[in-house]
Design a protein. Sequence first.
Length: 151
Amino acid sequence: MARNGYPLSVERVSPTSVRHNQSVKFKNMEKEESMRVYRNYGKVAILATALVLMSFTLGIAKTNVDYKFKVHNNTKVAIKKIQVSDDGKKWGYFDIGNGIAAGATVELVWDKSTDNGACEWYFKAIWSDGDESDAAKFDFCEKDLTIEFTK
């Protein structure tokens, strides 16, 4: 009997139950540890996914930039062709559809194939009466560029 008058209760503990309790504690510790590892892998995976998505977003935003400029025909004759050259020697044509009417201003957009090219290009106009302007060099990296053709 205990001092307080109540009978003592004694629980018998066998060596196997002690080992079983230790093994359960060890398994619980393993689960907790593996859960921490999985949580860390999860965080790393989420972070990596976010970074990849951000890089795609930035890449898309960057490629959607249009290089625009305006051409003003300050004559009484329509412009039928515009020729362009990066070196002033070999000339190509800029697509202006049916031309630029006398006194009109149009906005033109560079083709995507020129996005990694130089900023400075030579331009010249060919009018409907067959006259050709002198070549002039323009910096197309300049914002709000307007090229004015006169005769």
